[in-house]
Design a protein around this ligand. Structure first.
Ligand code: TYD
Ligand code: MG
Length: 463
């Protein structure tokens, strides 16, 4: 029998594996991206008792679900995004641009976590391993953050073999942070740290240890400019939770977004503000996002959105200017440019409102990224207001989807959106027609508009 190869070839672009080398990766179409890497060592089947393996016990679908114990960091924004705290044995990948604040967030998280107690009632033992900074640098940061006397154990290393041996042979910790997975390497592979093969092998070893020992593991991963976790992306399916830490370096607030969570809801967000003393929680994000709003300016409209389980009000700004170049520009920050083109097409084709020969700039104030179609009506309002130079009422919020024939469509959780608007002192809301009686109970004057014609009339007609 031919000897089984102990290596395989991995595409460094997409992570697909092949048993032989090829010039082109069939999966992603890239050339010269296959690199030979060692196969992860497996125990031979005979080691687990002949071919038989161990007996698996089956259970029925019925029965009371086990209530998961969760470690609380007392940073509520973080706990909520994790689904109510950290589940022991779970693995959380935290991705984000370099310099966005991942290390700061996790250092604060472990410092807070170590003040609590674990399932057995003893103090939570936290370990922070940095592969990017020396222990001195981390200590200096802790001092700056006022966390110097926390019980977190610190180490600076990049060798996964050492980390696994240490964590395996000592008292099991409750929480371990690896900052970052791209700096970690396994010495059985020749490829450099940060390559897909290294990230995957290092991630695999650490995740296996976390599951076996039952500690919560944070893996930090830097993302590339395009917004994808280039190397760490291959870990997404191996981990329980994927969090993205986003934000604009020009703004001081940051958003922690759950994009995958086996132990909680996805699309949940936590809002933080980067200050001199590190990240501080923002319990009322709407107030923050609207703080710099001038009100009564043409081209501005307040959108009542939902992020995860929470309503968030943001200002949508549009600027319509005479065309500067040879073709009209449509620049969008924080929203889907495809949806903007759709709304422009509906306005032009159905209502004769033309933006031809005009440059359009659309911005979600504060740097938040919105993906909800529910923002359609607010975007249309901002656009029409910018074009007609007539401000939208400053005390009005808008939400609702727009269909291709110009009709408006209901969106989920309208009551929650309206309540948030009322709480922040808004007095009016423009929304799609709704049958829900609950909306009427909110202390707002509600204008139900069935199509864009009625909305446009607010700017060109009476009002
Ligand atoms: P960092 O956590 O090192 O980012 P990452 O780990 O994602 O690469 O954050 C670095 C940035 O945060 C740096 O530009 C300085 C800023 N910062 C503050 O504004 N306040 C603080 O208290 C700290 C520790 C950092
Ligand atoms: Mg860092």
């Amino acid at each position: 029998m031919a000897k089984k190869s102990s290596t395989h070839f991995v595409c460094q672009n997409c992570g697909t594996t092949y048993s032989r080398w090829a010039g082109k990766c069939e999966a992603c179409g890239q050339w010269n991206t296959l690199v030979e890497e060692a196969l992860p060592s497996k125990e031979s089947p005979t080691a687990t008792g002949g071919l038989g393996g161990k007996q698996i016990n089956f259970t029925s679908l019925r029965g009371a679900p086990e209530i998961l114990f969760r470690l609380k960091s007392t940073i509520h924004e973080l706990d909520r995004v994790c689904g109510g705290g950290l589940v022991p044995g779970s693995v959380i990948l935290v991705g984000g641009d370099p310099g966005i604040g991942k290390s700061t967030l996790l250092l604060q998280a472990v410092a807070h976590l170590s003040k609590g107690v674990n399932k057995t009632g003893s103090p939570v033992k936290c370990i922070y391993i940095s592969g990017e900074e020396s222990a001195d640098q981390v200590r200096l940061r802790a001092l700056r953050l006022g966390l110097a006397d926390s019980a977190v154990q610190l180490a600076s290393t990049t060798n996964v073999r050492d980390i696994v041996a240490t964590l395996d042979n000592n008292e099991t910790p409750d929480v371990v942070v690896i900052d970052s997975i791209q700096t970690m390497y396994i010495d059985t592979l020749d490829s450099a740290p940060g390559t897909v093969g290294q990230v995957r092998a290092a991630g695999h070893e650490l995740i296996r240890l976390a599951k076996r020992k039952g500690f919560a593991l944070f893996l930090v991963g830097h993302v590339t400019k395009e917004g994808t976790l280039a190397g760490p992306r291959v870990l997404e399916h191996m981990v329980d939770t994927v969090l993205y830490f986003e934000g604009d370096r020009g703004h001081h607030f940051r958003i922690l977004r759950a994009v995958k969570n086996r132990f909680g809801a996805t699309d949940e967000i936590g809002v933080f503000e980067m200050t001199e003393q590190g990240l501080s929680e923002v319990p009322n994000p709407s107030a923050l996002f609207l703080a710099e709003r001038r009100g009564h300016i043409a081209g501005s409209c307040v959108f009542a959105g939902i992020e995860g389980s929470r309503p968030i009000l943001v200002e949508i700004q549009a600027l319509v200017a005479p065309m500067g170049g040879t073709s009209p520009r449509r620049a969008v920050v924080g929203w889907d440019s495809g949806r903007l083109l759709m709304i422009l097409a509906v306005l032009e084709a159905r209502y004769g409102i033309s933006f031809a020969n005009k440059d359009i700039f659309l911005n979600i104030a504060g740097g938040l990224k919105i993906s909800e179609p529910a923002a359609d009506m607010a975007v249309a309002t901002a656009l029409i207001s910018a074009l007609t130079q007539k401000p939208a009422p400053a005390d009005m919020v808008v939400f609702g989807e727009i269909g291709l024939s110009g009709e408006t469509r209901g969106v989920p959780q309208s009551e929650l959106r309206l309540k948030e608007a009322a709480k922040l002192g808004f007095e009016r809301a423009m929304i799609p027609p709704t049958r829900s009686k609950k909306n009427k109970a909110v202390d707002l004057k509600i204008y139900e508009v069935g199509n864009l014609k009625t909305l446009i009339a607010h700017f060109t007609g009476e009002n």
